[in-house]
Every structure is written in C-alpha cells, then in structure tokens.
Design a protein. Structure first.
Length: 459
C-alpha cells in the first residue's frame, strides 16, 4: 500500500509541475521502488522525474530500468543529463545498452563520455585488445554531400568545440557510411555556394575497427595524414584515429620491443613507477630461462672435459669464442627484429636474409678469426707461451671463430623470422636469449674443431 501511495503522490506532484516538491518526494523513495514507479509513467512524466533527481540517484534509478525504457530515455532526456547518466552508470550496464543500439547511435553516445569512461566502454564493447577500436575517438565532424560549403562552416562553428581534429572532415551518407573525406584546405579554397559532393574526389583511406593498432602506424607513415577514419564491416563511420594517439602507440611498441630485447617482459607502467615486486616478476622469468640455458653450457664443457684436461690452453679461449658468437648473434637479431618492425623484412624474405647473413657471417668470422690467430702469433713471438704447436692452435682458434660467428649470425637472423611465422612477437628473440643459445652451440663447435685439428699434437 505504501508504494501505491508513493506512486499516486509522485504522479500528483508531477502533474502539478512543482519541481521542488517532486525533488523532495523522489529523494525519499528508494531507487528500486522509484524505478518501478517510473516504468509505469508516461514519457513526459519520466523526463520530468529524472530532471528532479540528483546526479547519483538518477544513475541508480536508470540502471534498474528495463532496457527498452533506458534506450528511449536516452533519446528524450536533455543532452546534458544523458551525458551524466552514461558516465555514472556501471560499465557493464552501459555496455548492454550500447550493444543494442545501431552503430551511428553508439558513436553519438560515445562522444558524451569522458576519456576514461570512453576507453572502458570501447574495451567492453568487444573490440579486441590492441585493436584500432580501442584507440579511436568518436569526436569528429561528419558532413553530408548535399551541404553547401558555407553551411559546412556554420556547422563546424556550432559543433567543432569538442572535436579532436579540425584538419580533416568526413562525408557520410544517410546511413552513416563513410563516403569520402575532405580537408580544411579544400573547403577554404572552394566556392561557398558549391556542394561538398562536388569538390570531393571519392578517394579516401580508412581503418577497420578490428584492425591491429600497428596497421594504423603504417598507414600514417604511408599517407602523411593527421587523422584517419575508422569504420566497421558495413562501412559505417565509428570514429577517427589521430596522429598523436598513433605516436603514443608507436612509442609504447618501441619501448616494449626494447625491453624484450633486453630479456625483460614488457612493463605496463613507467620504470620509476613500477614497484620492486613488479620488476622482479618481469625480470625473473627470462633470467631463469637464461640460467637454465647456461647450465647447458656447463654440460657441454663437462662433455669435453677430457679434451680440456689434455690441453688446458683450450680453456683460456672459451670466453673469446662464446662472446664472439653471442655478440654477432645479438647484432643479427637486433637488426632483423627492427627490420621486421619497420616492414623492411617479411617472412617471405627469409632466404634473402639467410644469404646475406651467410656472407656477412663468413666475412665477420674471417676478420675475427684473423685477429684471433694474430693474437696467438704475437703472444708466441713475445713470450713463447703456446709452445711448439702454437701455429695449429692459432688455426684452430681462427677456424672456430669463423664457424661460431657464422652460426651466431644465422641463429640471430633466422630465429626472429621463425617466431614471426608462428605469430610470436619477434622481440622475444632477445639478445640475451640468442647469446645464450650461441654460447652452448659455440662450445660444441669449438671443441669439435679442436678435436679434429689438434689430434696428434695437443690432443
């Protein structure tokens, strides 16, 4: 009986138009009860009731209404109140409402959200992580082909205040589908009486809402634009991506790649703001993997323990061998990873890359091998430290360096391409990982060469 009384009282007050009395009444009713009452009210009374609620209660009541009533209220409530409600209601409720609306209406409501709430809304609307849908903004100027240039300028003056970019405008049809884009330069130079459709050329570049953000980076590089339109599968204009957003993404991508190259999982926050716990979590996995890899190095040395025992001098050159292979492998990996990131190298280029690296590895190996041989020859000439077999020892070190450097170069260049082939970020082929892999195989190459070349002399 109490709810019936409250309903009748509220209806009476709404009919009287006494805003102060209505406001006092709605404040005394629980949101759940108020939602039930509003459901049965005519549209006009619903609007008036919401206008009499404070911001917090209007959001609470709105959340409890039926979806169809919510959608209808978004159409008939004052623009400012719609903005407040959409920003204040729970993200999942807002997502349910937006998902049920046509794309152009979604776009209109997204413009009312703050930047923070818009990012949340875009995420929950189902756009994949790292997609252009997460990056776009719905703040843009859309024009009709039938409008005259002078009408466009009036429209821009009235609606351009909150627009993200005023360099480029977008022409849409009556269904919101993108038809063309037009620059402010074209408008300024056009006859004020001419129609937009007459000066448009029908040529435009657009991004799909589900495309990866890296594609946006490439498109901006290629077309030298300040903003690009974002459309859905039906061609409906949903928003725009601006150059400042893309530059931020590019910076984040580069930072992530650099961190991975150092054998660190990418940080989601600035270094100085990351906690010690986060730093340990990000750095320890790769360190453990690399440590296990280095254990294989110890195993390789144990396998050739007999050779080392017979020719202790071989142990003196282990750091030289493994560091040379690791350094060249890291060089190659860094060059290829960056080339892949810039689009200079694709998976189809693997054979061209291998041919180049084979030649590079051979010449680099010959350079280091020659230096290694000269080092032994000079030390032998000065001190006679290597004894009567110094020449064959020098050749062993030289040949080993050629083989290790060539192998390191191939590992470093091919591993990122293999990762790319399997859909893994090539930056995962970090320099420490490649260096560790080459350390193990470098020792095997070293002692295998030594076993052959020093047999009958030092071994």
């Amino acid at each position: 009986m109490e709810q019936v009384f409250e309903k009748e009282t509220l209806i009476s007050l709404l009919n009287s138009g006494n805003k102060a009395a209505v406001k006092s009444q709605v404040e005394s009713i629980l949101p759940s009860e108020l939602a039930e009452i509003i459901t049965e009210l005519p549209e006009g009374m619903q609007v008036f009731a919401f206008r009499c609620m404070d911001r917090e209660k209007s959001a609470q009541v709105f959340e409890l209404l039926d979806l169809n009533i919510q959608k209808n209220l978004l159409d008939i409530l004052p623009h400012r109140q719609v903005a407040l409600i959409l920003n204040d209601i729970a993200p999942d409720v807002r997502t349910s409402i937006l998902e049920s609306l046509p794309a152009d209406i979604i776009n209109r409501h997204l413009k009312l959200l703050t930047q923070k709430e818009r990012l949340i809304a875009l995420k929950l609307l189902g756009y994949p992580e790292n997609s252009i849908g997460r990056l776009m903004t719905p703040d843009y100027i859309a024009l009709q082909a039938a409008w005259k240039v002078k009408e466009v300028f009036n429209f821009i003056r009235e609606n351009g205040e909150e627009t993200e970019s005023l360099d480029t405008f977008f022409i849409v049809d009556d269904k919101g589908r993108l038809v063309d884009d037009i620059t402010i330069r074209q408008l300024l130079l056009a006859d004020p009486e001419s129609k937009i459709g007459e000066i448009a050329d029908g040529k435009f570049i657009s991004l799909n809402v589900t495309d990866d953000q890296e594609l946006a980076i490439e498109e901006f590089k290629t077309h030298n634009k300040s903003s690009l339109p974002v459309i859905d599968a039906s061609g409906v204009l949903l928003g725009i991506v601006t150059i400042d957003d893309v530059l931020q993404v590019a910076e984040e991508e580069d930072t992530e790649d650099i961190q991975k190259l150092g054998g660190v999982e990418a940080l989601e926050e600035p270094y100085i703001e990351a906690s010690v716990k986060t730093m340990i979590q990000k750095r320890s996995p790769w360190l453990v993997v690399l440590f296990i890899g280095e254990l294989l190095t110890a195993s390789a040395m144990a396998y050739f323990e007999h050779e080392i025992a017979r020719a202790v001098v071989l142990a003196l050159f282990i750091p030289l061998i493994v560091s040379s292979g690791g350094n060249t492998g890291s060089q190659a990996a860094t060059l290829i990873i960056r080339a892949i990131a810039l689009g200079e190298v694709t998976i189809r280029d693997w054979w061209r890359v291998m041919r180049r690296e084979i030649l590079s590895g051979l010449f680099l190996g010959l350079i280091l091998g020659t230096l290694g041989f000269l080092r032994i020859a000079i030390w032998q000439g000065v001190s006679g430290i290597y004894g009567e077999h110094w020449f064959i020892l020098g050749l062993t070190i030289g040949v080993t360096l050629v083989g290790v450097v060539l192998w390191g170069t191939l590992i470093g260049s091919m591993f990122p391409i293999i990762l790319k082939k399997f859909g893994v970020d090539p930056a995962t082929a970090s320099a420490p990982f490649v260096a560790t892999a080459v350390d193990v195989t470098g020792l095997i190459i070293y002692f295998s060469v030594a076993a052959v070349m020093l047999k009958g002399s030092l071994l």
